[in-house]
Design a protein around this ligand. Structure first.
Ligand SMILES: C[C@](O)(CO)[C@H](O)COP(=O)(O)OP(=O)(O)OC[C@H]1O[C@@H](n2ccc(N)nc2=O)[C@H](O)[C@@H]1O
Ligand SMILES: Nc1ncnc2c1ncn2[C@@H]1O[C@H](COP(=O)(O)OP(=O)(O)OP(=O)(O)O)[C@@H](O)[C@H]1O
Length: 338
């Protein structure tokens, strides 16, 4: 359940541990496992002067993972002389899924590698392989997760020693959702979502995600939000949600879930209403569009309830497929390296 198992061997885990202690300064291959997110509360304010929206964004990391493997050849010539700094490859749970990931300089993982190189002065070429289970353009921050993983992997691989605070700064440059997967667990994001404060979360919450065919571009969903909600108030954190998380109360959390972008996503994809209804009908404690959509998220009372919701929603034909996951889980972590 919830994505592939990490590939770490005992030997590579020891190497990762030595790296964390600073006893190994550079490696030649690093695999980072990074989780998807679901937004438990997404309160969206009016557009700011820079075009972004002020948010109160409660992120929750779930056990649906991409794996990003970065390899360098320390004997190779620096990229300045001939080879590109970054080359990319991708695999997904289907060829169609993988084909939607750009393999040029616009890929967020490639952009992350370039930022680490610029900050650290590193110049040895790297190969980045993305093993994707997180849906593309699905509202679960898949590209942002890959960017966060690439920041961690390149920092380790090039022995850059930038550390968490500098990686967070680079993450904020790359996108509003990139900092959270560096942290993982549960956190509230303010500003445009990049200023993070951890939130207390007890127990384990069981989730079902209904994945749609095709994605929804985040910018279009925010634009639709502005069209249908021209009078948006300043966003505020819901105390009932914070309490439900701290008490590990799934029923209260289900009742408190909220996403201001949901009406905009439903306006662009009216069929998502059927998906949400199918999950509610199957006993979900809460049903929301995840972030900018089109993935729908259902909170279940326990693992058995999640199994039932996944089966009913899949059988309803209201989505492409369902996956189950649990939260919270930790953020981007090195799971193999040498
Ligand atoms: C919807 C969420 O996924 C919720 O976590 C995020 O707010 C989106 O984060 P993201 O995909 O990293 O977004 P970015 O790459 O920073 O921005 C993509 C586009 O979304 C819109 N955008 C994003 C974040 C924000 N606070 N206000 C916005 O208006 C802007 O049009 C921007 O051009
Ligand atoms: N590593 C990547 N993986 C997936 N998409 C990427 C990646 N890098 C760039 N992209 C581009 O970014 C677009 C958005 O993809 P992504 O999977 O991050 O969307 P999302 O999950 O809806 O994002 P968010 O929830 O942060 O708004 C894709 O359509 C794709 O063109």
């Amino acid at each position: 359940m919830g994505g592939p198992a990490p590939r770490a061997s005992v030997g590579s885990l020891v190497e990762c541990f030595l790296y964390d202690l600073g006893l190994v300064t550079a490696m030649t291959t690093v695999t980072v496992r990074v989780p998807a997110k679901v937004n438990l509360q997404l309160a969206v304010g009016p557009p700011r002067a820079d075009g972004f929206h002020g948010l109160v964004n409660v992120f929750h990391a779930v056990s649906l993972y991409d794996e990003v493997t970065v390899t360098t050849d320390l004997g190779a010539e620096p990229h300045a002389q001939r080879r590109p700094l970054v080359t990319l490859s991708v695999a997904g749970d289907s060829a169609e899924h993988a084909a939607r990931v750009p393999l040029d300089g616009s890929n967020l993982a490639a952009r992350a590698a370039h930022l680490v190189a610029r900050r650290s002065g590193a110049s040895h070429p790297v190969r980045i392989h993305l093993d994707k289970a997180i849906p593309v353009a699905g509202g679960m921050a898949g590209g942002s997760a890959d960017a966060a993983a690439a920041l961690v992997a390149c920092d380790a691989l090039w022995g850059a020693g930038l550390g968490r605070a500098a990686l967070m700064e680079l993450g904020a440059e790359l996108g509003s959702d990139v900092c959270f997967p560096l942290l993982g667990a549960t956190a509230v994001g303010t500003g445009r979502g990049e200023r993070l404060d951890p939130l207390d979360c007890r127990g384990r919450f069981h989730w079902v995600f209904a994945l749609a065919d095709g994605g929804l571009p985040t910018g279009s969903v925010f634009a639709e939000y502005d069209r249908i909600r021209p009078d948006a108030p300043d966003p505020a954190l819901d105390p009932a949600l914070v309490r439900a998380l701290a008490e590990g109360d799934a029923r209260a959390l289900g009742a408190a879930l909220g996403n201001d972008l949901e009406p905009a996503a439903l306006s662009l994809r009216p069929g998502l209403r059927h998906t949400l209804d199918a999950g509610r009908g199957a006993g979900a404690l809460g049903a929301i569009v995840s972030g900018s959509g089109p993935t729908c998220a259902f909170l279940a009372a326990d693992e058995g309830a999640a199994e039932k919701i996944a089966a009913v929603v899949a059988a309803s034909g209201a989505c492409a497929r369902t996956v189950r996951a649990h939260g919270e889980v930790p953020g981007a972590a090195i799971v193999a390296g040498h």
